[in-house]
Design a protein around this ligand. Structure first.
Ligand SMILES: [Zn+2]
Length: 300
């Protein structure tokens, strides 16, 4: 089955499109390599991988929507399903993710699909924190609708950001391997005509198998077909990827922030420390000597 997909080895990228002179805007992306990287790091079950991939795809969309280079967006999906809390962070199109229980799994649904709604949970909250580098971050929240994530993000945009939106997110998985992943976000802008809304609604059926659609067709070609006759204009295209920005320096800061008392305890009882990043599983090791140097820099 694997060789049937992504034979062209198409890159992960995000297209930003407008329709009918700006009446609607569209983000569409392929996130296959991103999902594969997450699978490599977190070793999730097939169902958990689909949930994580869909969350990353939506987070990448939120990330690229923030124009400022230093801005970041953190998405948490806290449902009552067995995967537990999912946290994804994006700086532009660079995304990283962690989940409490990536190993959790559920049987397939009756229709043969992965039970993403079940593993995330049907009840809970979706929280979006946008850090624009100002004092106060913007925090938006909405209730989960189904846990399938596409609907949940649509609800978030529509209710919390008051931006009527269609969202389709998909990840095609075969035995814990992502064959193809991607998503589409369509937003009606203020002044969007009734006719245009009808057109968007009508064309939303094209997005139902989004993960298959993006597998072996360039995004631009897909968009031309989907939005034929709607005066489609591509504003930008940019790469998206999995990338963790953790560093030894950041870990040092976290250790210093623990304070002298905790550091002394680490030195005396453990003789050092090893901090593992939740997002990339890199272990950062600190010897007794390292910790003593950090202690000098701790204010209390
Ligand atoms: Zn990391």
């Amino acid at each position: 089955m694997n060789e049937n997909y992504n034979v062209l080895n198409l890159p992960d990228e995000m297209l930003h499109i407008t329709l009918m002179g700006g009446q609607a805007k569209v983000l569409m992306c392929r996130t296959t390599a991103m999902a594969r990287k997450a699978a490599e790091i977190h070793c999730p079950s097939s169902t958990a991988l689909a949930a994580m991939s869909r969350t990353m795809t939506a987070t990448a969309m939120l990330g690229v929507m923030m124009k400022d280079e230093n801005a970041s967006v953190t998405v948490t999906v806290a449902g009552d399903g067995p995967i537990g809390k999912i946290t994804a962070v994006a700086h532009g199109g660079k995304v990283k993710i962690s989940a409490h229980h990536p190993e959790a799994d559920l049987p397939l649904k009756k229709d043969g699909h992965l039970d993403v709604g079940g593993i995330v949970g049907h009840n809970g909250r979706l929280t979006v924190i946008k850090d624009l580098g100002l004092k106060e971050p913007y925090i938006g929240q909405s209730q989960l609708v189904s846990g399938e994530l596409g609907e949940d993000f649509a609800q978030y945009f529509t209710v919390s950001e008051q931006q009527p939106s269609l969202v389709a997110l998909g990840c095609l998985v075969h035995e814990r391997y992502c064959l193809s992943a991607g998503g589409v976000l369509v937003q009606a802008m203020p002044g969007c005509s009734e006719e245009m809304l009808e057109q968007l609604e009508f064309r939303s059926v094209f997005f139902t198998a989004i993960s298959r659609e993006v597998a072996d067709v360039p995004l631009e070609e897909l968009a031309k077909g989907w939005f034929d006759g709607l005066n489609m204009e591509i504003l930008s295209r940019e790469p998206v990827c999995y990338q963790c920005d953790c560093s030894r320096e950041k870990m040092e800061k976290a250790l210093i922030a623990l304070g002298r008392k905790e550091l002394t305890q680490l030195i005396d009882e453990d003789g050092g420390a090893e901090l593992t990043c939740h997002f990339c599983r890199t272990a950062h090791k600190f010897t007794k000597q390292d910790l003593m140097e950090l202690m000098e820099r701790a204010s209390q």
